[in-house]
Write a protein that binds this ligand. Structure first.
Ligand SMILES: [Ca+2]
Ligand SMILES: [Ca+2]
Ligand SMILES: [Ca+2]
Length: 480
């Protein structure tokens, strides 16, 4: 018996040592709502949420897009997601509020009555609690007792909050901005009621008085109790710099060396050839381009931004990528190219199907560079027809049904492009078809170089690295 307990103690000690020494890899969230234009679940559960009442996705100067709640709305997840009492779990979120007695997340049957084993994660108000804690983060289940944090989180600034529960060890913790600050944990792990569902910002009627008032972002649920190191990593990856890095930044950071070797680089054409009518594909997929309409490198090769470039005539000449239909449907993507032109018309990169919403064009629209799904458009303010090299890029973020207004970003010379004051007409969602091969330079007069298609939305820093010709360098790690 004493041998056995010694053994288990040493296992615990060993695992603690490993956690501290090894890189704190974050397990995948079972629910992960990033609020990038909608309430899609980027976790493994696929439980997309619904905005209810006055709940809205808004732009926030610190967080980008996030959830805004005014006490009369919430996000309905309509699913159990995972056990939030009898088994291990972690709930993490970015929270901004000046309120007290407001819920961050609840699991209940949806009425206002606070029933046995219903759960609430919330900002405490002393008069609604059995303790004097105020403005702190607490997790409670009816008849299950508390896990209570020690530091105030309602100062009107963004904070990363997390609550963890390890059922076997009966250990619960609250973290604020990655720092463990658990005031008390008497939580006893009462099992969730069978039909109870998760809602974000919804009051289960326990220790809160209304729906949440303030902003929430990157709400994540894990079916494990994250370690302190993992909480710090999770905070890092969901902080501003990592915000747009996609759904699995941890995995990506480990594997991807540079933007040139990124597995999401689906097509890359350098146009460095000096002769012939074939443009080599430099991504791992190959994907050669065929020069059409009388175009050949023999006449049209020119000094480029990197190596050589291809000179398009603005008439018949273009490049068609053989048997490659580009990124289809609603999938995220980034297209990028260097261009040099004294003209202000033509297409830079296109593919899709000849129907509304089903083309994907990076092109001149009313004399400015922008994107159009065929029906609607988004174009930048600044003209680029000054016969100088400019780097242009457009990204579509992950979204259930991406639209130009919420989910598309334009870049000019490595910076977010200012959008023309009449440059947005949002008629059709982006649902790119797969009929037409990718083409480059149709109707474009001037030089095009280093055309890239990524199957993900690059971060601002990554687009900047393309502009700075640093695509062969390791990416800077996101800072907390
Ligand atoms: Ca967000
Ligand atoms: Ca209830
Ligand atoms: Ca080149």
């Amino acid at each position: 018996m004493s041998n056995k307990s010694r053994l288990s103690v040493s296992v615990v000690v060993l695992s603690l040592v490993c956690t501290t020494v090894a890189f704190a890899e974050i397990p995948q969230a079972v629910g992960f709502w990033r609020f990038e234009g909608n309430a899609v679940d980027s976790g493994t559960g696929g439980n997309n949420g619904t905005l209810v009442g006055s709940a809205a996705i808004v732009s926030d100067i610190v967080r980008g897009r996030c959830l805004n709640l005014d006490g009369e709305g919430y996000v309905d997840i309509r699913a159990s997601v995972t056990e939030l009492g009898a088994d291990d779990f972690t709930i993490a979120a970015w929270v901004k509020t000046t309120e007290r007695g407001v819920p961050i997340l609840s699991k209940c049957n949806g009425d206002e009555e606070w029933e046995e084993n219903e759960k609430e994660l919330y900002i405490a108000a002393a008069e609604l609690s059995e303790y004097d804690n105020d403005g702190t983060v607490e997790y409670v289940g009816n008849s299950c007792d508390w896990i209570r944090g020690s530091a105030r989180a309602n100062d009107g600034r963004w904070h990363h909050i997390a609550v963890t529960w390890n059922a076997d060890e009966e250990e619960g913790n609250v973290y604020l901005d990655g720092v463990k600050g658990t005031d008390a944990a008497g939580f006893d792990g009462g099992e969730d009621n069978e039909d109870d569902v998760v809602r974000i910002g919804f009051s289960a009627g326990g220790h809160t008085e209304s729906s949440f008032v303030g902003r929430l972002d990157d709400v994540a649920i894990f079916d494990v109790a994250l370690s302190a190191g993992q909480i710090t990593e999770q905070m890092r990856f969901t902080s501003l710099v990592a915000r747009r890095a996609g759904a699995a930044p941890a995995a990506r950071r480990d594997k991807v060396v540079t933007l040139d070797t990124d597995p999401a680089l689906l097509g890359w054409w350098k146009f460095d050839e000096a002769s012939g009518k074939t443009a080599a594909g430099s991504s791992k997929h190959g994907r050669k381009g065929a020069l059409k309409g009388g175009l050949s490198f023999d006449q049209a090769s020119a000094p480029g931004r990197t190596g050589k470039a291809l000179k398009f005539d603005g008439r018949e000449g273009y490049v068609e990528i053989t048997n490659y239909k580009g990124v289809a449907g609603t999938k995220p993507r980034t297209v990028a190219a260097w261009i040099k032109t004294a003209d202000d018309r033509g297409r830079i990169i296109s593919w899709g199907a000849d129907d509304f919403g089903q083309m994907w064009n990076l092109a001149f629209i009313r004399g400015r560079v922008g994107v159009s799904p065929n029906g609607g458009y988004l174009y930048m303010n600044e003209g680029v027809d000054d016969d100088e090299w400019h780097h242009v890029a457009a990204a579509v973020r992950e979204a259930e049904l991406p639209n130009l207004h919420d989910d598309v970003i334009l870049y000019l010379d490595g910076e977010l492009a200012e959008i023309h004051d009449i440059g947005l007409l949002d008629l059709w969602p982006i649902q790119t078809g797969s009929d037409i091969n990718v083409t480059v330079g149709r109707g474009f007069k001037g030089l095009i170089d280093d055309v890239r298609i990524y199957g993900r939305d690059l971060s601002d820093d990554e687009v900047k690295a393309l502009f700075k010709l640093q695509s062969n360098r390791p990416l800077p790690k996101p800072r907390p």
